[in-house]
Design a protein around this ligand. Structure first.
Ligand code: ADP
Ligand code: MG
Ligand code: MG
Length: 923
């Protein structure tokens, strides 16, 4: 995202133009005008009723934040545009008879709802309040504007705590004999005048300053305050959480005020052109009569639905529907809007392409496509693999609103988890060991909490964002996590979590209580909510019919397009026939990585032990032939499940000691037996000696992969023979087996040359007519760097990006993620775990180099990726561009990879064509 922070639009402007009239801007100028300013300009160009105004650019903001001064010439430019505004509206700022009032609004390129400041009613002061009252024939209204200005200006520009005003407002109501929560509209002109004066005293006492009596000064103060709000704590935290760069700055929009607080035929509202929760067609929104701006969300009074607004003011409502339709038509997407009605006259105050849930994203894209409003490429660009992944997690059964969350936090790691609340790692481990499901609640987590996080079904924290320890570790382990639930006061000592805000304030969760957390939307419930399997997964699995489900239908449609559009193939990492069959149902075109280690585990361990301990050729041959039979059956099953599609079998990779007992445990067992004079079987002692012999300080860098194949006689030959015999057997049964052999952990071409020669020899022995290609896993930097020579012996490449990342960074995933990744993310050393998303600069450079060098030697070299990055959206786009042929990922991730493979083609084609969409905030 950093790359486009200084977009082309910006570069093409003369550097000294800092102000744009609405009529001079457009939606694609969000870099410069912010999303709000750009879209106001767009609505103006569309002929919608937008109060006139102008926007000061983000460039001016950046200048101000860097130097502490407004750019020279800005004042004059604002004055010129203000004069234009005065001419258009026929009113003047500060005019005592007919004063112009304006709002000063923040608006960055990416929407940051509620994070920055807006000041309404700039222009009202002692000198103009009477003129304003006279102009509208409403004294109460004029003082309402004035007290609102003092309140907003005091809070945002002069830093007066909001509570001080709220307290004074309640006092004013009580003084009138009203209830503390009575609507503001119950205060008359006199009460509002008194309140305005009270607010002014509060400002004076709290800040030592005054709200300026000169409107031009009010305007200047508000503009600076909006600029400064970009660097406010709230905004900074929000940006870090959402991955928005810190150097964009905000634009400032200055806009003629229109008034929703002019009585019953006025009001203000917000709306969506479709349901942002479900994607269902039809408009949604809220309206509040006799109100201004923030009143709608403040919840002081009950709002009306848009439908109810329709009965209240049919004309304005009809017009609103028309404008909403125009906007949808124009942006070809769900839009959200803000509007105000001033004495029956409708004004549009804001629009943007609206945020939506994952389900809504799919449904809306498919609907718009079916209606012919967008084409297939555009539909694909409207959904993401991450959204699809969300739709595949088990979820809470919909309660139809019957169960409300008691608190909300940041959705840090998806899934739906139910369990008993525990407040310490030890407690989590103990209860989980007793067979209970638990949710670990911590103020924040640290590496000591790891055992508890592993034991828990879900993790909830009171503090921290998407890069906190809890979030990073939970995502790494696939645990559901909700973090940063700030409305929960967590007392770890006493084992309670108390809701401090909102409708459930006072609710207490105690250790042992059943709770539910939703890692997809951040909700916390103080009860057990039934978990249901995702309808999308049910559909892939072919269980029952989900064709009636509009979200499932949308997913199916978009995947169909993605498959057609993709250049990257998608295969699965699967070791068993069951996994292979599932991968196939999920749309995998083959197996990109079949690990053979599980074939050495379970009840086969004793045979492996015999192989390792064998003293004689004969013992070894016996053990190998036992394993051969078993592996042949394994391979036959795998080839049957993937009949007709490629199956890439990786020969044994992990160090052999992984198949032997643990050194410490075995040593202790024998030491204890000796100390207590118990007899010890000689074979146990032999085993211990072998375990000692095979023990390694750094097993990940030790005797594994091809090294094992070259050092343990007969091991790889046995595996190749088993595979060859399985192929022959399948053919005999009329199948169409398509196997490849992959040699792991090669660093040097000669290693591969030896391993391959042996494999080819065995293949030939089994059946001279057998053609099975032998390829290599590129997972060590040296193999990537020498890929030109490696490719002389490799019939295909497959990047093992887990090991490649581990060996390039010199850090082990298992140890690093809990220990120092959160700190690294916090310091910005990297913005995402390199094990989750490929590091394009380091590991990515090795990948690109290996692709290029490999194809120097073999222009038609087939190249895949079989690390976990194969299922990660951002990485998939990288692999598409690097010229890889396919990615391979876990069966469950296959649909995500298919979707992203299609999207990668679309986005790459677009970037090549230099096309840009109209919508500016469609992240
Ligand atoms: P946010 O970005 O937090 O939504 P806005 O700049 O949109 O802040 O302002 C909040 C509200 O103030 C708007 O929804 C609108 O109701 C009101 N508002 C802003 N400008 C005007 C105006 N010129 N006339 C009337 N109301 C306005
Ligand atoms: Mg707004
Ligand atoms: Mg590996």
């Amino acid at each position: 995202m950093k790359a486009d922070t200084h977009g082309a639009a910006q570069r093409n402007q003369p550097p000294d133009r800092y102000v744009y009239d609405f009529a001079d801007g457009k939606a694609t100028m969000a870099d410069l005008l912010g999303g709000k300013g750009a879209n106001l300009a767009e609505m103006t160009r569309l002929g919608l009723p937008v109060p006139p105004g102008f926007t000061v650019t983000t460039e001016a903001c950046r200048h101000y934040l860097k130097t502490g001064r407004l750019p020279s010439g800005l004042d004059a430019q604002i004055a010129r545009h203000l004069a234009l505004l005065e001419e258009t509206t026929g009113r003047r700022l500060g005019d005592v008879d007919d004063p112009l009032l304006v709002s000063v609004r923040s608006g960055a390129k990416f929407s940051m709802p509620g994070m920055m400041e807006t000041v309404l009613n700039i222009g009202v002061c002692d000198a103009t309040v009477a003129g304003l009252a006279k102009r509208y024939g409403d004294e109460r209204f004029a003082w309402d504007c004035y007290r609102r200005l003092v309140q907003m200006y005091g809070r945002t520009v002069l830093g007066v705590p909001a509570e001080e005003f709220e307290r004074a407002l309640i006092q004013a109501k009580v003084r009138k004999g009203l209830a503390a929560d009575a609507p503001d509209t119950a205060l008359d002109a006199d009460a509002l005048r008194a309140l305005t004066r009270h607010f002014q005293r509060i400002v004076r006492e709290s800040s030592g300053q005054e709200v300026p009596q000169i409107p031009r000064e009010q305007l200047g103060g508000a503009v600076r305050a909006v600029f400064e709000s970009w660097d406010g704590k709230r905004a900074r935290i929000y940006r870090r959480r959402e991955g928005i760069p810190d150097d964009l700055g905000t634009a400032v929009t200055v806009m003629t005020m229109v008034f929703g607080n002019l009585g019953a035929d006025s009001g203000t509202g917000v709306g969506f052109t479709r349901d942002p929760a479900t994607g269902a067609p039809g408009v949604y929104g809220d309206y509040l009569s006799d109100a201004e701006g923030e009143d709608v969300v403040s919840g002081v009074r009950n709002t009306l639905t848009l439908e109810q607004f329709g009965t209240l003011d049919p004309d304005a409502y009809r017009e609103l529907r028309r404008h909403m339709a125009t906007l949808e038509e124009h942006y070809r997407d769900l839009c959200d809007i803000e509007f105000t009605v001033e004495r029956g006259k409708l004004w549009m105050l804001q629009t943007r392409v609206g945020k939506r849930t994952a389900a809504a994203a799919f449904r809306i894209a498919a609907n718009l496509l079916a209606d012919g409003r967008i084409d297939e490429d555009e539909a694909l660009s409207r959904v993401t693999g991450e959204q699809l992944a969300q739709l595949m997690f088990p979820c809470f059964a919909p309660s139809g609103g019957a169960v409300a969350p008691i608190a909300k936090g940041i959705a840090a790691s998806p899934g739906a988890a139910v369990g008993r609340a525990v407040f310490s790692s030890a407690d989590a481990v103990a209860r989980a060991a007793a067979g209970e499901h638990v949710i670990l609640i911590r103020r924040e987590t640290n590496p000591d909490d790891l055992p508890g996080m592993i034991a828990a079904s879900g993790v909830l924290t009171g503090r921290g964002g998407k890069t906190s320890h809890a979030a990073v570790v939970a995502r790494g382990m696939g645990r559901t996590c909700v973090c940063g639930v700030e409305s929960l006061e967590i007392d770890e000592q006493n084992g309670t979590a108390t809701v401090t805000r909102g409708a459930s304030a006072g609710t207490v969760i105690s250790a042992g209580d059943l709770i539910s957390i939703d890692g997809t939307d951040g909700s916390v419930y103080d009860t057990e909510i039934p978990v249901v399997s995702s309808p999308v997964v049910e559909y892939f699995e072919g269980h029952g019919s989900q064709t009636g489900d509009p979200v499932v239908a949308a997913v199916a449609r978009l995947l169909q397009i993605a498959d057609r559009r993709a250049r990257l193939g998608v295969r699965a990492n699967a070791d068993t026939p069951a996994d292979a069959a599932r991968a196939r149902r999920f749309g995998a075109h083959g197996i990109g990585l079949a690990r053979t280690e599980h074939m050495f585990l379970g009840d086969r361990r004793p045979i492996v032990e015999r192989l390792i301990l064998a003293d004689t050729q004969q013992d070894r041959a016996n053990a190998l032939s036992r394993l051969l039979e078993l592996q042949r059956a394994d391979f036959t099953g795998l080839l049957a499940a993937m009949d007709g599609l490629p199956v890439t079998v990786r020969l044994l990779d992990p160090p052999l000691h992984e198949f032997l007992p643990d050194l410490t445990e075995l040593s202790v067992e024998i030491a204890v037996a000796d100390a207590t004079h118990q007899p010890v079987e000689p074979s146990r002692r032999e085993l211990l000696a072998a375990v000692r012999r095979w023990h390694e300080q750094n097993p990940m860098l030790g005797l594994r992969g091809v090294r094992l194949g070259l050092v343990v006689p007969g091991l790889y030959a046995m595996q190749v023979r088993a595979l060859a015999e399985a192929i022959v057997a399948r053919r005999g049964d009329g199948g169409a087996p398509l196997a490849h052999i992959m040699i792991p952990l090669v660093a040097e071409a000669h290693e591969l040359e030896l391993a391959r020669a042996e494999a080819k020899r065995v293949l030939h022995e089994v059946d001279p007519g057998l053609v099975v290609s032998v390829g290599v896993m590129i997972e060590l930097p040296r193999a990537a760097l020498t890929a030109r020579r490696v490719a002389e012996y490799a019939e295909f490449f497959s990047f093992g990006t887990n090991d490649l990342t581990q060996t390039t960074w010199g850090m082990s995933r298992d140890d690093a993620e809990g220990a120092f990744f959160p700190a690294y993310l916090e310091h910005g050393v990297f913005s995402a775990s390199p094990f989750g998303t490929i590091d394009p600069d380091g590991v990515g450079t090795l990948v690109r180099a290996a692709v290029k060098r490999g194809r120097w030697t073999r222009p038609d070299l087939e190249i895949g990726v079989c690390g976990e990055h194969g299922g990660d959206p951002a990485s998939i786009h990288f692999f598409h561009q690097a010229g890889v042929d396919y990615v391979s990922c876990s069966p469950f991730r296959v649909p995500v990879a298919r979707l992203e493979a299609g999207r990668a083609s679309v986005l790459a084609d677009r970037a090549a064509a230099g096309a840009g969409a109209v919508g500016s905030d469609t992240r």
